[in-house]
Design a binder for this molecule. Structure first.
Ligand code: UDP
Length: 447
């Protein structure tokens, strides 16, 4: 292998599920551009590498290596998305160690720095053993991160099986958060799941990191950011990634052209991210609500719409709506025709909507989506959680009308505008994100 003996060699450990490996790769590419003398070995599962590097087969400074996905021989996916993730988590960290040892043997070159998804608590011990810096990247925002850092304290105050309505008033700026809003596995549900245990260990390990990076910007949550700064050796917000690391634009289904033909702020854009598919009765309820309100819609649909949506709806969609398997979401949300975003409230979607200036209607499913929903609604005033927590026709009609055609919707747009300005300032040449990124490049390249 053509490693430059003089160059620093960085090990990058990606989390293969959800929207994790792609932003980590974009981040590494950004570092590579800023510090061209570095070489990177990028580790993830074969499936994840194939999809993350789909459009990037020519990255000569970044080589990919596959790690075992943890699945037993002959495993068949039966629809529970948590299952493959649990198998994968159980294979940690042995699967990474094995692949990394092979690379060191093959290249004869040790690693000089360890960059990992923040999930990988074992990065602390690995980096200590190798006596190199550890830089975990948290692909989400500071509020969810603080929850994992404070899990023991939260459990002490709320009790693991305590009152779901009890609030987190013992943490500054969290008094509007209830036990039931917390990410899965902190209290109430699934506290012993492999995923919950990973996040718990992560919260305990991150203070040992050389620097923790996150996908947010300092001005969004200054109180929380300062709390994290006091707990970590260094905490650097280097987002929003939708501005600093935008994915390459491609629009093979003509979404943008279709949006050009719609009225300003009239379209409902729908996407539940890269993992979730809502159950059929909820999809049908949403379809009915869209028809009832009569707004045009652009739906990024996971799965087969012919099977999962009412037949007549798909037929009629040809007039008023557009259903596609994947949309250029960032550009869609920045398009003036989009008036509302119906979402599961994944962190990337929240930031993209903020930068696009579009209010949200939220149907959260798992992980930190409940928590994000609560901040969107109660802290940033950017949108509404769907009444009753699931997609029903009545609740959706009400929420759509409120956002698309009342003064309250207008107010939300104004509030989002304030955050949007802050986000755009952060990524300017002298902005906080730009400075934090430069700082991080120095740490990783040891300059
Ligand atoms: N996304 C996209 N087109 C689609 C659906 C999703 O580009 O049709 C992108 C979206 O812009 C976001 C990511 O996929 O960057 C979803 O990330 P998020 O954190 O919201 O949810 P997750 O996929 O992790 O559940």
């Amino acid at each position: 292998k053509d490693y430059n003996a003089a160059s620093r060699h960085i090990a990058v450990l990606a989390f293969p599920m959800g929207t994790h490996a792609a932003p980590l790769l974009s981040f590494i590419r950004q570092i590579s551009t800023a510090a061209p003398d570095l070489t990177f070995s990028f580790f993830s599962t074969a499936e994840s590498n194939a999809s993350t590097f789909r459009t990037d087969s020519t990255l000569d400074k970044i080589k990919t290596y596959d790690v075992w996905n943890g699945l037993p021989k002959g495993y068949v996916f039966k629809g529970n998305h948590a299952e493959p993730a649990e198998y994968f988590v159980k294979a940690l960290p042995g699967n990474f160690r094995e692949a990394m040892d092979k690379v060191t043997a093959e290249t004869g070159k040790r690693f000089d720095c360890l960059v990992t998804d923040a999930f990988y608590w074992f990065g602390a011990d690995m980096a200590a053993e190798m006596q190199i810096p550890w830089v975990p990247l948290w692909t989400s925002g500071p509020r969810a991160l603080l929850i994992h850092v404070e899990t023991d304290k939260i459990r002490r105050h709320l009790g693991i099986e305590g009152d779901p309505e009890k609030t987190l008033d013992f943490l500054p700026d969290f008094s509007m958060i209830r036990a039931s809003d917390l990410p899965d596995g902190v209290v109430l549900r699934n506290v012993h799941s492999p995923f919950a245990e990973m996040l718990h260990k992560m919260g305990l390990a991150l203070p040992r990191a050389t620097a923790v990076a996150a996908n947010s910007f300092e001005e969004l949550d200054p109180i929380i950011t300062n709390m994290l700064k006091s707990r970590f050796r260094k905490f650097l917000n280097i987002g929003p990634f939708c501005r600093t690391l935008p994915p390459p634009f491609s629009d093979s289904h003509g979404c943008i052209e279709w949006l050009h033909k719609q009225e300003p702020a009239s379209v409902a854009y729908i996407s539940f991210g890269s993992v979730v598919i809502p159950p059929p009765h909820e999809l049908a309820a949403l379809a009915e609500a869209l028809e009832d309100v009569g707004s045009p819609y652009l739906w990024s649909f996971r799965g087969d719409p012919e099977k999962l949506l009412p037949k007549e709806f798909v037929e009629r969609s040809k007039e008023r709506g557009k259903i596609v398997p994947w949309a250029p979401q960032l550009k869609v949300l920045e398009h003036p025709s989009v008036g509302v975003f119906i979402t599961h409230c994944g962190w990337n979607s929240v930031l993209e909507s903020m930068v696009g200036g579009v209010p949200l209607i939220v149907r959260p499913f798992f992980g930190e989506q409940n928590l994000n929903n609560r901040f969107v609604e109660a802290v940033w005033g950017m949108g509404l959680g769907v009444e009753g927590g699931i997609l029903t026709k009545d609740a959706m009609v009400k929420a759509l009308k409120l956002i698309l055609s009342t003064e309250e919707g207008e107010k939300m747009r104004k509030k989002i505008g304030v955050h949007k300005e802050l986000a755009l300032k952060a990524v300017e040449p002298n902005g906080s994100t730009t400075k934090n990124f430069e700082n991080l490049v120095k740490i990783i390249s040891n300059h």
